[in-house]
Design a protein around this ligand. Structure first.
Ligand code: ADP
Ligand code: MG
Length: 228
C-alpha cells in the first residue's frame, strides 16, 4: 500500500536545497535520489509486467510464508498493509492472520507528513473508500503509538537488500514510522521474487527491515542492521 501515500512518482522529484549536500561518505545526496528513482522505475515496470496469474500465485505463496512466520510469535497484533496493483500481499493474507487469531492493524495516511496512523482491520466490511480512490479501514483511528503494540510489522517495499536496506515508493512514510517499533519486533518487507537485491541505495533517514518474505525462498533474515 502506502508509499502510495504521497503518490510521489519516480522522476517527479524536484531539486531543492536538500539536493545540494554531500553525505558523510562523500556521495552527493542527489546521486542517491537519482539512483533510487532509476531503481523504482525499473522495479515498477517489472511488477507491471507480471501477469494476473503470476500475481495470484505470488500472493498465495506469500500468504503461506507469513502465516507460518506469525505462528512463531507472542500474542499481539500484526501491523500489515492493503496491497494495491501488483504490490505483494493480499486481503486473503490479512484474513488468514485474523483466522489464526491475530488482530490486524492497517496504516492510515496522516493528513500531514508524519508517522502513519493505525486502525483495526476486522474483515472486508471494515474497509471503505479512502484518499486517491484507495480503500482504508473505517474503524476508529488508534494513533501512531498503536505500532508499539505490534509483534510483527509487515511493510510494503519495492526492493530490499541482504543488509535490510529498504526502497519504498518515495513517500518516506515508513521511514517516519518505523523508529517506534520496539527492539526485537520483526519488520518484514513482502517482495516479489527478484526484488531482494545485492544493494539498495539509501539515505541516512532510511529505516531498515529485519527480514523479507519472497514467494519462492520464503522468509529471509537480513543482516545485522542495528535493530536487534
Ligand atoms: N524521518 C523523516 N523525517 C522527515 N522526512 C523524512 C523522514 N524520512 C524520510 N523523509 C523524507 O521522505 C522522502 C522520501 O524518502 P525515501 O527514503 O526516498 O522514500 P521511500 O522510503 O518511500 O523509498 C525524502 O525526501 C525524505 O526527506
Ligand atoms: Mg526510505
Amino acid at each position: 500500500m502506502l508509499d502510495r501515500e504521497s503518490r510521489h512518482e519516480p522522476g517527479s522529484r524536484t531539486a531543492g536545497p536538500s539536493d545540494a549536500g554531500t553525505r558523510g561518505d562523500g556521495t552527493a545526496a542527489s546521486d542517491v535520489a537519482r539512483r533510487k528513482d532509476a531503481l523504482r522505475v525499473r522495479l515498477l515496470a517489472a511488477r507491471r509486467a507480471l501477469s494476473a496469474e503470476q500475481r495470484t500465485a505470488a500472493a498465495e505463496e506469500l500468504r503461506g510464508h507469513v502465516l507460518e512466520l506469525a505462528q512463531e510469535l507472542h500474542e499481539g497484533p500484526v501491523c500489515a498493509y492493503l496491497p494495491i496493483g501488483a504490490e505483494p500481499g493480499s486481503l486473503a493474507l490479512l484474513d488468514g492472520l485474523r483466522a489464526a487469531g491475530r488482530s490486524v492493524l492497517l496504516p492510515v495516511v496522516p493528513p500531514r507528513p508524519g508517522p502513519l496512523d493505525w486502525a483495526a482491520y476486522t474483515g472486508p466490511v471494515s474497509l471503505g473508500p479512502g484518499p486517491l480512490g484507495l480503500r482504508e479501514p473505517t474503524t476508529p483511528r488508534l494513533g501512531p503509538a498503536a505500532l508499539r503494540t505490534a509483534v510483527l510489522v509487515l511493510v510494503p517495499a519495492l526492493a530490499a537488500d541482504r543488509s535490510g536496506r529498504r526502497l519504498g515508493r518515495g513517500g518516506g512514510y515508513y521511514d517516519r514510522t518505523l523508529g517506534a517499533v520496539p527492539p526485537g519486533v520483526p519488520v518484514v518487507a513482502l517482495l516479489h521474487d527478484g526484488e531482494l537485491l545485492d544493494e539498495v541505495p539509501t539515505d541516512p533517514h532510511d529505516r531498515p527491515v529485519t527480514g523479507v518474505v519472497l514467494p519462492t525462498p520464503g522468509t529471509v533474515a537480513t543482516g545485522n542492521n542495528g535493530r536487534g
